[in-house]
Design a binder for this molecule. Structure first.
Ligand SMILES: C[S@@+](CC[C@H](N)C(=O)[O-])C[C@H]1O[C@@H](n2cnc3c(N)ncnc32)[C@H](O)[C@@H]1O
Length: 393
């Protein structure tokens, strides 16, 4: 049996369903799993390669699980390193996640102990309790002479894992900030969230996927990078259509991928595609003006009503163009209202969508989880993004 540990992104609930749905979709059976707000451990008969991390938006580190232990000490780590029988200088670092200990002290003891065993080493440290992907990558900890030990306290024990791969920060940054036509004013879906949304859909690579609020094309770009073949993007705005086309040209010039999505101007309230011709809709719709005043509840309620009307019309059109059993993976905004304390205002739409002819996928039931919600948020923002998956009856 093989045991792997994933370090989850900040919005760990989304990371969990992303990974579990990815395995389900790719017919990888998970025999056992344990999770917390930091990690997921899975046991499987399959061998999982380190490159798997490239598929995920919400995974920070992919690790091989080593063991659980009652005590962390230098001897334990030295023995783990010695098991690899490396005769050259090694590089090692230690990341602890949810407890405190003097890592530097343990690291130096490991280094000295290795020296006594004639193994020269470099101990990689940082100011943080856990090493960032950048530090891990840049300091050879992923090389065949490298070790990053990830240590997590869980149920009065310590879980130890060895990092195999980390999120490719340079690639994310290139494909996000490198695009010529970024539209931060009307809001852009972060590439990592695009990937998460794609991973929680059940679509195969050749299915017809529509983003009817394509904006500047973030989701379409991510679909292309993940090798989806039949992609359609529509938007009501001329500027959005132009931005998307320019960004996709740029992508074509900067990658080997030769997929040509269809990009057309369309109002979501009048999606004139052939009836039942689309397999999946993945989209972040218009979320309302992002400069609203979070202290003004009247303004928020007006925006909320407008958005609810737009989304209701959108779902009526989705019903027409989607095949039976087709999915809608969609972002709903949650508005922050600041009045003495912070109150979160959610859309009231679930009944409407049900009446139109959809049911909501229950991730907790599907994956035997116990999570409250699936929200992508950053503390500094006034709009959070809640992710839903609906299926057409
Ligand atoms: C938040 S942006 C989508 C961002 C996009 N996911 C991205 O990352 O670039 C919302 C988009 O919805 C479009 N939109 C607003 N009302 C629409 C409608 N009735 N039909 C189609 N698109 C609409 C806007 O033009 C805008 O481009």
């Amino acid at each position: 049996m093989n045991k792997y540990l994933f370090i989850l992104g900040n919005n760990y609930e989304l990371s969990l369903i992303e990974i579990l749905n990815y395995f389900k979709k790719n017919n990888i059976t998970i025999i056992n799993k344990i999770y917390s707000n930091i990690f997921l451990i899975i046991e499987t008969e399959e061998i999982i390669k380190k490159e798997i991390i490239e598929n995920f938006g919400g995974v920070i580190k992919f690790c091989k699980f080593i063991e659980e232990t009652k005590k962390i000490n230098s001897e334990k780590l030295v023995n783990l390193i010695k098991d690899y029988n490396i005769n050259e200088k090694i590089f090692f670092g230690i990341s602890i996640y949810n407890f405190d200990t003097n890592i530097n002290k343990i690291g130096l003891q490991v280094k000295n102990e290795l020296k006594r065993n004639n193994i020269s080493s470099r101990f990689v440290t940082s100011t943080q309790k856990n090493l960032s992907s950048v530090v891990v990558q840049k300091n050879k900890l992923l090389s065949n002479r490298g070790f990053e030990f990830v240590i997590i306290e869980f149920q009065n024990k310590y879980l130890i894992a060895k990092t195999e791969s980390v999120q490719d920060f340079e690639k994310y940054s290139y494909f996000d900030f490198g695009r010529p036509n970024r539209d931060s004013k009307s809001g852009m879906l972060p590439p990592k969230l695009c990937k998460i949304m794609i991973n929680i859909s059940n679509t195969k690579k050749d299915r017809i996927i529509l983003d009817p609020f394509c904006g500047s094309g973030s989701l379409i770009q991510e679909l292309i990078l993940l090798n989806y073949k039949n992609i359609i993007g529509t938007d009501i705005s001329d500027k959005a259509i132009e931005d998307t086309k320019k960004n996709l040209e740029w992508l074509k010039d900067n990658t080997e991928i030769k997929i040509n999505p269809k990009i057309e101007k369309k109002d979501v309230r009048n999606l004139d595609f052939e009836k039942e011709s689309i397999d999946i809709i993945i989209t972040e719709p218009y979320l309302g003006p992002n400069d609203f005043n979070p202290k003004n509840i009247k303004e928020i309620m007006e925006i909320k009503r407008d958005i609810e009307d737009l989304y209701t019309e959108a779902f009526k059109n989705f019903k027409k163009v989607l095949k039976k059993g087709g999915e809608v993976i969609i972002v709903f905004p949650i508005f922050k209202n600041i009045h003495n304390e912070i109150k979160l205002i959610h859309l009231d739409l679930l009944k409407n969508i049900e009446n139109i002819g959809f049911y909501e996928n229950n991730f907790n039931k599907e994956f035997d989880l116990n999570l409250k919600d699936f929200v992508y948020s950053r503390e500094s923002q006034n709009i959070y993004r809640e992710i839903h998956k609906f299926i057409k009856n």
